[in-house]
Design a protein around this ligand. Structure first.
Ligand code: SAM
Length: 289
């Protein structure tokens, strides 16, 4: 059945698939200096933000993504005081990070101020913590910022980027991971949205190999559903500078009282289970030589 103009569709050419949401209206469209930003009003998924034709955030399922970008890493690090978010301009990940009382300072570095301004207008609930005195919002290229960070000064870096095309491409390079490694204190973590394990294994392989090349001692992916992203099955990958990725602060996660809708200690444990094809692939990627 062909879809009419009442639908937004993202076509995943390489995967021979597409994802559609029924819309009532297009609320916003602009070409920023970096990318095309659109917002739709959908009939069943709330507002939908689209960047360069790719779905970014929907009112209905963004809580899964933002909670999984923030809480697993913050409950893995023993004491996450200094946090940076690279990208994340919609501010949803920032809001989740700020739920952690042990976070003393979080800087969000997005290349495109317009994403944040559009989010403030159409996703005010994601921006409700932006005035927290622990939060600092900067609008510059993430790689330029991270290269100038005082070495060893960060505990957790969260890379909440667009796909590895356009301005987001640089955030998937060995040079970027090298700069993250320098910026992290001993025991520090980087976590990055790492696309779909079903569709993007070459990208995941590149990430694992680049993290190792940049000096990270171990890496581990977490898996979660994300209906509006290609295949509906998404991942985040954590790399550590000398820390331990075999467990997390499960007692703290279970008793934190954080007001989450998706994340809890059981979800965290389950997200760390490695599908068989993925476990075997990672073994191969990590084999010396
Ligand atoms: N959840 C989304 C996803 O996985 O599709 C990501 C959402 S967030 C809106 C992505 C942000 O990354 C955008 O606001 C974009 O401006 C930002 N971004 C892209 N390249 C960047 C760069 N080089 N430095 C900093 N931010 C960047």
């Amino acid at each position: 059945m062909a879809l009419d103009d009442n639908w937004f569709s993202e076509i995943h050419e390489g995967a021979g698939s597409a994802f559609s949401l029924r819309i009532r209206a297009k609320l916003h469209e602009e070409q920023s200096p970096f990318q095309k930003i659109e917002v739709y009003d959908t009939t069943d998924w709330g507002h939908l933000m689209v960047i360069d034709g790719c779905t970014m955030v929907s009112g209905r399922d963004n809580f899964i993504y933002h909670e999984m970008m923030a809480h697993p890493a913050l409950f893995t690090h023993p004491s996450p005081g200094q946090v940076a978010i690279i990208g994340g301009g919609d501010c949803g990940t920032l809001r989740e990070v700020l739920r952690h009382p042990e976070v003393a300072h979080v800087v969000q570095v997005d290349i495109d101020e317009r994403v944040t301004r559009v989010s403030e207008q159409y996703f005010p609930e994601l921006c409700e913590a932006n005035d927290d005195p622990r939060a600092e919002l900067l609008f510059i290229d993430g790689i330029r910022w991270i290269e100038d960070v005082t070495p060893g000064s960060l505990d957790v870096i969260i890379v909440d980027s667009t796909d590895p095309v356009g301005p987001g491409e640089v955030l998937f390079t060995p040079a970027f991971y090298g700069a993250c490694h320098r910026a992290l204190a001993e025991g520090g973590l980087v976590v990055q949205q790492s696309e779909s394990p079903l569709l993007h294994m070459p990208l995941l392989e590149r990430m694992y190999r680049s993290l190792a090349e940049a000096g990270f001692d171990d890496a581990r992916s977490l898996f979660f559903p994300l209906p509006i992203y290609p295949s509906g099955w998404w991942s985040a990958t954590i790399g550590t500078r000398g820390g331990d990725l075999t467990g997390f602060r499960s007692e703290a996660a279970a008793t934190s009282g954080l007001q989450t809708r998706y994340y809890n200690a059981g979800i965290h444990r389950a997200a760390l289970a490695q599908p068989e094809f993925f476990r075997l692939a990672v073994q191969d990627w990590m084999r010396p030589g």
